[in-house]
Ligand binder design. Sequence first.
Ligand SMILES: Nc1ncnc2c1ncn2[C@@H]1O[C@H](COP(=O)(O)OP(=O)(O)OP(=O)(O)O)[C@@H](O)[C@H]1O
Length: 271
Amino acid sequence: MFPLGDCTLNPLQPLITADNIALLVGGRQLLKDITVELSQGEIVTLIGPNGAGKTTLLRLLLGLSQPSQGRIWRREGLRIGYMPQRLHIDGSMPMSVERFLQLGQPRMKLSQARSALQRVGAEQLIGATLANLSGGEMQRVLLARAASRKPQLLVLDEPTQGVDVGGQSELYQLIATLRDELDCGVLLVSHDLHLVMAATDRVLCLNQHICCHGHPEQVSRHPAYLELFGDKVAPYTHQHNHQHKLSGDIAVAGNTSNRHPDSTPKNKEQK
Ligand SMILES: Nc1ncnc2c1ncn2[C@@H]1O[C@H](COP(=O)(O)OP(=O)(O)OP(=O)(O)O)[C@@H](O)[C@H]1O
């Protein structure tokens, strides 16, 4: 493990390292035993069922909240482009796409806004009103905004939400192209391993802890992954070994519990 100060000295060192982090909120264990590393030029996908803690982990890695245990190192001065899971737009606010791209970047010129959109194949949207965009168009605009900051790390929380299947694989290809163009690291959250396979170097399968990790092909055959998602790799189906209540707690028929099935002694997870 390297100290934080060294991160600026060696570009080969990871953009982010988390060492054995855990998060306990109100007596509830949201995350535990998480050790991850993210390097420049690699695409890492975080996959897991609803309530697994994917967004919570992203927030910790980004420094938006603090772990109860363990340590996180970020390369000093790390420029991050963040694409949120969803953006609620007030329909009564007539904001143009151009203006939206300039938010927080007041020096961005019209030509720069255009080229940011061009990069994601959405230059025709420059004059559109944000509230009128379709789901797929909105995702491209959010991606254009995240990439326009010339990030060293692009963090994408379910970037294909609201996009049809054809559009999803196109968007994942676009993300891989952006990684090449920007030479950045990419950390993305997805529910759908088979869609991200081609555009991912490494997968972390999360369910409060890291159930398994590795190359997408390896993960798709891993017993822990199969236990969580079922054995149908393509097409992917949402087969979970448990259900979550709206609170995120595990719901067991005739009973409720916030214990994850993996925490039971009979779980035979293979790492
Ligand atoms: N600040 C908080 N306080 C209490 N519980 C929280 C907090 N943040 C998240 N949670 C809970 O942690 C669990 C994980 O939430 P998170 O949003 O990280 O899951 P996720 O894997 O991103 O889910 P999804 O796939 O549905 O987006 C949920 O049960 C959520 O209710």
